[in-house]
Design a protein around this ligand. Structure first.
Ligand code: EPU
Length: 431
């Protein structure tokens, strides 16, 4: 298995380009099943999660070709309605095949995705939404069986305990675009990735009003057609690079990202005192002398502070004088990075859904274990600020969601190497 060896190497300098958004590309790939015509997608990141989704599309019968790097052409002329466990278990987001299969074929059999280290990931709202669309839904043998022979639009309130659901909204919108009648979706997720999906569906001929708001009105149409679409930039990757600049007190320009996509995140960094220059399509982080200020942050659905940038901000706050409080409202147990940061010298206490971070810690390199995608990024960011070498194991988590991570960061001066765990000193190996 691969590991990263990261050495604190001082300030990062230069320009770093953002890739297409994983969390937009996944439901967008699923949406290609909604038409028998070819769909051409650009700016698709090269990630293991994309490969898993493409494998499922091929399994149900779609033809996939890659005319050039980052571009995929998908043609789902004759497809079947079954997404089996051996493919779905690789990636939770495969649950968003439900909506397109139901809409296109009037039935779906999709395996229920397995557990997840960041906490429970229920799908009750997806099921509730489908039932409100007059589908018959049954759970048996680890599968969701949907009979949508009598699907029709109607009013749906899709909010849950933590507010809106991102893939749940994607699923119900995709199920509704071909359903007779009008669907009024309340408490829809407003994340930019959901907006990107809706824009693509409109290009395919769907009728969706209220895009970007929590209230969507979808008027069913008879057929969707092919389209060309470019996936939006990955705001979480961009935010991770902003923190890479901040934690090393570097001069880093993150390009290919509209700052508006990162409103709550940039607002918090501004409150912390990070000097930044915002362009139309770029964010420049500037060097600073005095310490940043501590923060009190709560993760919330968009436009609130994103949970997917919580772990990375925790890493930055270990370097800030004073007490920071980071409260996780989306996944209250998403603190697997904390014990690993503690091994590097961070002073963090967990109180219920909050991490209380006493900053200005002197971090030192250590062997650590990545537990999920964003935790992996947080450990690498902390390693940039640490003395000595940090060895990060289980980086396959990172490969699910960051394209060419080490190449991009090496190009702006980071010392980060991908090695095989056989090259790791034996006494440091965690397993
Ligand atoms: N929830 C329910 N019932 C449901 C669905 C969700 O109670 O039926 C709850 C969840 O337990 C959670 C909250 O609602 O507390 C939000 O979950 P959501 O459904 O929005 O999450 P998701 O769609 O499964 C996507 C991203 C995640 C990101 C979350 C929140 C994709 C493929 N995944 O997950 O991304 O954290 O939205 O923004 O879009 C990541 O990229 O690292 C990642 C985990």
């Amino acid at each position: 298995m691969d590991v990263f060896k990261v050495s604190g190497n001082g300030p990062l300098h230069g320009r770093i380009q953002v890739s297409g958004a994983k969390n937009a590309a996944l439901p967008i790939l699923a949406a290609t099943l909604l038409t028998d015509e070819p769909v051409r997608l650009r700016n698709v990141p090269d990630l293991s999660d994309m490969r898993s989704m493409l494998e499922i599309l091929r399994h149900v019968g779609a033809e996939t070709t890659q005319p050039e790097s980052g571009t995929w052409e998908i043609r789902a002329e004759n497809i079947s309605h079954i997404a089996p466990y051996e493919l779905v278990r690789k990636m939770r987001a495969s649950v968003c095949l439900l909506g397109p299969l139901v809409a296109r074929l009037g039935k779906a059999e999709v395996s229920i995705p397995g557990g997840c280290v960041i906490g429970p990931r229920p799908i009750d709202l997806h099921i509730k939404g489908l039932k409100k669309l007059n589908c018959q839904v049954e759970i048996a043998n680890g599968y969701i069986y949907v009979d949508a022979s009598d699907i029709r639009g109607g009013p749906i309130f899709l909010g849950g305990r933590s507010g809106s659901t991102v893939t749940g909204t994607a699923n119900i919108v995709m199920a509704a675009v071909l359903a007779p009648g009008t669907t009024r979706l309340e408490c829809a997720a407003c994340e930019p990735e959901v907006v990107d999906l809706c824009r693509m569906l409109v290009k395919m001929g769907a009728r969706i009003e209220g895009i970007g708001s929590p209230e969507l009105t979808i008027t069913g149409v008879e057929k969707l057609h092919g389209c060309e679409h470019s996936v939006i930039a990955d705001r979480i990757e961009a935010g991770t690079f902003v923190i890479a600049g901040a934690i090393t007190r570097g001069d880093v320009t993150v390009t290919g990202i509209a700052p508006q996509l990162l409103g709550a995140f940039l607002d918090k960094l501004e409150e912390a005192g990070l000097p930044m220059e915002l362009g139309e399509d770029s964010i420049r982080v500037l060097p600073y002398e005095a310490s940043l200020r501590p923060l009190d942050v709560i993760t919330l659905p968009h436009p609130g502070y994103p949970t997917d940038l919580q772990a990375q901000l925790s890493a930055l706050m270990t370097q800030t004088e004073g007490l920071s409080i980071i409260t996780e409202r989306i996944y209250p147990n998403r603190f697997m990075h904390v014990p690993e940061l503690q091994r590097m010298g961070a002073d963090i206490a967990i109180e219920g859904p909050s991490a209380i971070i006493k900053g200005a810690s002197k971090l030192s390199g250590a062997p650590v274990m990545a537990s999920d995608l964003r935790a992996s990024a947080a450990l690498i960011l902390a390693a940039f600020a640490a003395d000595g070498d940090t060895w990060i194991q289980r980086i396959y988590h990172l490969d699910r969601g960051y394209e060419r991570f080490e190449q991009k960061l090496s190009a702006i001066g980071a010392k980060i190497e991908r090695l095989s765990d056989t090259e790791m000193p034996k006494e440091l190996l965690g397993e």
